[in-house]
Design a protein around this ligand. Structure first.
Ligand code: FAD
Length: 452
């Protein structure tokens, strides 16, 4: 067992932990980053699969994500836009596939009016929500004790409008069914992205990608930290007191004045805290759970859908693959589609064997793009549910009523233990931008405490 002493031990080498460590070291404190996996990046993972460079985890950058954009700039990383020329596709409740341009789905006039009204109502409510304190809204309790689905149904009797508006937050963001989280949680999701309209506008929220892959953010930060990053070091015990902390991994022990827990709160129970965390935190973390989505990549010898004037963008709340995009990698002549299978549908297809699952998912893509979609040259499913150091995707959210009850205490440090991860962010919640904001905030709090 090696024992080292540092000012700060950071547990988790995702975007949040590495941002915190980098910032602390820049300000003159010594750090050790302990990472359970044999790679850095956590939910950011760019890999080559059968010769295709794929983003297995997070990839898109939107214009409001200023913390991420600043980091990209600082690290000298360049971005490129998502391909979006041509028509998008939508399959509605009647089962018919329709082409469209712009944001609003090609639905009947009545459904379009109902959707426009719901978006306007949600935009107005979102404008009243502080993403860093949604619980401070005067109607927070009422909004947090009704499911998003029930709230939508109370606003509109148009089933297709409700299904579509639910899709933007449920399948597409929190990756849970709309009956499983509150209207307030949905408003936090929208407020964290600037407005509800931003969630509706794929051209905004899924705007750009990073040349070479988004995992370069953690990789380059880790490179700067050098030997202070320890891989294969899962922390299983954290002793803490006002005097400092001792973090223990199988072969390494770090004594420090402060700790940053930079992992999803759904994984805190893997760590034995001594003494146990305070009652409130022990309760709070049980009310958060990960959503679940399968990100599927299908690479073809060419982007054949473009020849038919299609952008590659497709949506349907009634399809196994509820959203899909052209995800062709920068500089590639081959064409890539990415599709998403969310929440219970993801559970269901994982009861099938791998061949059957692939057939079902490719059939769903073929229902959008035609028969050619059945024959990719590379096929890959990201399964974050089976990754023991993540256990779901994209991120964690509160159960019904949890946000107003526990939210105000979510980010509070526990003695010398500070918290940072995208699951706890306000602005940038669930996104890399939020992870970076949380990493910066934890570092700033520690610097203030260290100077006292
Ligand atoms: P993590 O990345 O989860 O990092 C936590 C780290 O802690 C991990 O490396 C983990 O191994 C480590 N760890 C856990 N337990 C321990 C322990 N006991 N000891 C030591 N280490 C431990 N965001 C976007 O902005 N744009 C997108 O397009 C996007 N798409 C996504 C697609 C997918 C499929 C997924 C999964 C996520 C996506 N996200 C996206 C979300 C984004 O990737 C995450 O919000 C962000 O990367 C989280 O960073 P983090 O540092 O907070 O947490």
């Amino acid at each position: 067992m090696t024992s080292i002493t540092k000012d700060v031990v950071v547990i988790g080498a995702g975007a949040a932990g590495l941002t915190a460590a980098h910032e602390l070291r820049r300000q003159g404190l010594s750090v050790a980053v302990l990472e359970a996996r044999d790679r850095v990046g956590g939910r950011l993972w760019t890999d080559t699969v059968d010769g295709a460079v794929l983003e297995i985890g997070g990839q898109w950058v939107s214009p409001d994500q200023t913390a991420l954009l600043e980091t990209l700039d600082e690290l000298g990383l360049e971005t490129y836009p998502r391909y979006r020329e041509g028509d998008s596709l939508y399959r509605g409740r009647d089962g018919e596939l329709r082409r469209f341009t712009g944001e609003l789905f090609p639905v009947s006039e009545e459904t379009a009016a109902a959707m426009t009204a719901l978006i306007a109502r949600l935009d107005a409510l979102t404008a009243e929500i502080d993403p860093d304190a949604p619980w401070a809204h005067p109607d927070a309790v009422a909004l947090d004790t009704i499911s998003f689905e029930a709230w939508l149904r109370a606003q509109s009797s148009d089933a297709e409008a409700v299904d579509n508006i639910a899709l933007y937050v449920a399948a597409a963001m929190l990756t849970k069914p709309a009956h499983a989280f509150s209207a307030l949680q949905a408003l936090l999701m929208a407020a964290s992205a600037g407005s509800f309209s931003h969630l509706v506008d794929a051209d905004y929220i899924l705007d750009r990608r990073v040349i070479g892959g988004l995992q370069q953010v953690p990789l380059l930060l880790a490179e700067r930290l050098g030997a202070d990053v320890h891989l294969g070091a899962p922390v299983h015990r954290l002793a803490w007191s006002d005097g400092g902390v001792v973090a223990s991994a199988p072969d390494l022990e770090v004594h420090a004045r402060f700790a940053v827990l930079a992992l999803a709160p759904t994984l805190f129970e893997r760590i034995g805290f001594e003494p146990p965390l305070p009652r409130l935190q022990q309760q709070l973390h049980q009310h958060l759970s990960m959503g679940f989505v399968i990100k599927v990549h299908a690479v073809y010898d060419r982007p054949f859908w473009r020849e038919a004037g299609l952008s590659g963008t497709a949506f349907s709340p009634y399809e196994l693959v509820h959203e899909a995009y052209d995800n062709t990698t920068h500089g590639e002549s081959r064409g890539t589609l990415v599709g998403f299978v969310s929440d219970q549908r993801a559970d269901d297809v994982f009861t099938l064997d791998a061949d059957e699952r692939r057939t079902r998912i490719l059939d769903a893509l073929a229902r959008y793009y035609g028969d050619e979609a059945r024959h990719p040259v590379v096929y890959f499913e990201s399964d974050w549910g089976s990754e023991e150091w993540t256990r779901g995707a994209y991120a964690a959210s509160f159960d019904l009523g949890g946000l107003h009850r526990y939210g105000p205490h979510l980010r509070a440090p526990i003695g010398p233990v500070h918290l940072a991860c995208s699951d706890m962010a306000g602005a940038g919640y669930q996104h890399v931008d939020g992870a970076i904001r949380m990493g910066r905030a934890a570092a700033a709090d520690i610097l203030t405490a260290a100077r006292r």
